[in-house]
Design a protein around this ligand. Sequence first.
Ligand SMILES: [Zn+2]
Length: 328
Amino acid sequence: MSAVEGTVETVRGPVALSDLGPMLAHEHVVTSSVEFAKFYPELSWGGDRSEVVEDVVSRLQEIRDRGITSILDCTAYFHGRDMDFVREVNERVDIHLIMSTGIYTYDYLPYHVQFRKPTSVADDILTRMFLRDLTVGIGDSGVRAQSIKVATDTEGFTENNVRILRAAARASAETGAPITAHTHPADRQAQQLLDILADEGADLGTVVVAHSGDTDDLDYLRALMDRGAVMGDDRFGLYLPGTPSEEARMDVLATLCAEGYADRIVLSHDALLFCDWMEPGVVISDTWVPTRVSDVIVPGLRARGVSQKQLDSLLVSTPASLFAGVAS
Ligand SMILES: [Zn+2]
């Protein structure tokens, strides 16, 4: 594949898309609930923030040691963004971190948003929030978000959810920023999601339908990619009940690569390198580690006949292409 031209803003400044290298397209460096961190830091950080910093640095370094050189961090508003923390760990690990705007909620909106009913999508406070992060920067960090995160889950396309999706699509259309949309594939949401985003002007070629690896319905997956959207096969290591096994996920991926879809798929773990939602030390799953793709999935795909060229597509050129239209 030809190199993707342009640059993308990272925590450490602009980076040429051709220099991003292998990317994990959906991870979370830090999830620190803002009001806990501010008012109950002893609860937020398990008592010692510096220990958390050390732990996240070592986990990021493990990823970097596998040859992964960039990460799209999909942590949005409500998910616990902490730019000071991200900057601090990034000073110690040589990896490109691309940050997100958006909002992580399936329906609920903060009152500040809920009570401000928009007269138009352009006027929506959500649109203005997303554009602010994309064009000015996230808070006072000076780091501009380059991607928009939204989420639709079992609640489906509620009024609030559609409002969020439209705001995200509008901000994407204005800036060229890609969208990563959390979905619940058991409910086969991709087509309706893409309809809403396209209706507001989003380029579907930069929409990642996230968590699509949670289904092995090949027709569903082909159909979303046939519209130009990207399959987020982004939960390697986290195999929720009722979703395909690791082996089945690799079989699906190999089949789709053989059919020519490697330029419409990105890989990741949706890992939470630190998350204050759980007690410190809680392990959700032994396999849910952000080195799983490098250590297990890539060799497993090779064994299934996936070529180096296809692997480069999944990990390098396809994720980089998401940012080709971002206004710099
Ligand atoms: Zn996520």
